[in-house]
Design a protein around this ligand. Sequence first.
Ligand code: GLA
Ligand code: ZN
Length: 673
Amino acid sequence: MKRYSDKVQKIVYGGDYNPEQWPEDIWKEDMRLFKEAGIDIVTLNVFSWAAIQPSEDEYDFARLDKIMNLVRENDLKVCLATSTGAHPAWMAKRHPDILRVDFEGRKRKFGARHNSCPNSPTYQKYSVRLAKKLAQRYKDYENIVVWHISNEYGGECYCENCEQAFRRWLKEKYKTLEELNRVWNTSFWGHTFYDWDEIVLPNALSEHFEYDRSTFQGITLDYRRFNSDSILNCYRMEYEAVKEITPEIPVTTNLMGFYPALDYQKWGRYMDVISWDNYPEVDATPAKIAMQHDLMRGVGGGKPFLLMEQTPGVTNWHDYCALKRPGVMRLLSYQAVAHGADSVMFFQMRRSIGACEKYHSAVIDHVGNGDTRVFRETAKLGKELQRLGDFVLGAVTEAKAAIYFDWDNWWALTCTAGPTVDLDYKAQILDYYQALHTQNIPVDLVGAEDDLSKYKLLIAPLLYMTKTGYDEKIRKFVREGGIFVTTFFSGIVDEHDLVITGGYPGKLRDILGIWAEEIDALPEDKENCFDYNGSRYPARLLCDLIHSEGARALGTYQKDFYAGMPAVTVNEFGKGKAYYVATRSDAAFYRLFLQDVCEECSITPLLGDVEGVEVTVRENENGRFLFLLNHNDAFAEVYIEETCSDLLTDETFFEGTRIKMEPKGVKILKISR
Ligand code: GLA
Ligand code: ZN
């Protein structure tokens, strides 16, 4: 199979194109406008299942043939979708097993999209058949550069078929009921199972009193794993179907960043290239957006990914559809590239006239021509990307710092039932990510399976769940000289959400050299504080009451009955060190703390930091590229230490000068060697 970047010569530019929603005379005008805007790729056929398969054994590709030929004649590359993100109405009527049952236990009727039960025999049969037919029909279209399986897989199903599949999945995993009863701790509340058929899905009809509130976390955890696997199985079946016929074409499906229902770290193993849809809230900080890009890059093992969708202007499903200000679409496009994207793509090319996305931006607006601000900005970026060519294609980021993020841990933390309702794993990750991000320190988001040997620093905020073997991985990492940072409420449970007895933080206790005896939860309006490096910082959310077992206290609580107990500790372990931050603090603390930690492990920032200017790095055989992104509404000046040239303007800057950056401006600096 070719790598995605072998199939293209530049950062491809385009997006979802739905000509099937338009009369054919519009298509020609679309082609003209695409050319004008420097568009060179279209994602086709995302929601055409009903059009292609009007009944059980009838398939009609006439319209898609026309579209495929039209775009080929116009030198457009194609990201070809399999259309299985929404099933036809006739199919739902005829084969109700394709309809999902929701969390409340209600059987859904036909409607909306992303609506098929993953364990429905009908869905499995017809989705795979369609994928296969598409591959057979279009296999000789050289301009197909990537397959787009389904669309934004997600959601859950609680139907009878899923229930039976869940039992099979459990049997496969645990082999015996004895083991199942053990890992689910069913002796609590008299839940002992004597027959696999007694097991039901955990939802509002059984174990749940709210979506994230379960009486048996172990059951809920397994259901979430099972559901993610079930949907992954659908993806994999279609993957195999197209791969058999077009082994050369890379396959993807569009992911959604921190999307809770699917364990993307597992999914990533089955994707040739990662792609994702970036729809940040209007007030999202640059760090928050960057963190999602880095997560997606990490899911793909650090390889470049595709920005499959973003809006050129407004996102209609946000509460307030604020316009992307002039320059922001360009800035966010380059931000994606700066973090590893090899494409810049939109949803969508022409704004639809009916149903729920008619107020979602598109490259071509309802006015129907190129005379709009959004189109002009799109066309300008199109020209710029043509000029940039293949320079940064395939380039990777070599980070020395890693942040651990894990879906199982996320699921377990969302339904812990204590010690606080304010627990938010993502927010804790962001605390640490942001502190590195503002200091221009590249970071990878890694999962439990990822290799740690290339990192000097591993930060694992809220490492509540220590999966079997992961403590050993950390132990080895630190012993060999790595620096490890973790926080309050860590090392508490194993992968079944069963508490590891013998003192918190469980298996991490020797590495950290501490014992956490109790955990105090603080409501939003209460805080403690601690001293660190001569300054005082707030202690919020949770405060672990810890005793040193060899670790040195770097900060101590200042209030309440645990005043004087350690709040931040460090433990020498092998050739490395392990830090414990026993509470949640503020941005000023994280920044200073991580600055100290990075110094300790000789991780240096890419450039001196300038407020609001993001800096990242990518490298390939063409060189080393620094991306400078000015998120400010004002000019900014950045001091550079090495001579470099801006790939976007060809300007050369000599070492030791200050580069002036326009508001929302971007520079891609190639470092001269
Ligand atoms: C998602 C979908 C698209 C479209 C956009 C609108 O990303 O994949 O089909 O609905 O949202 O923002
Ligand atoms: Zn189902």
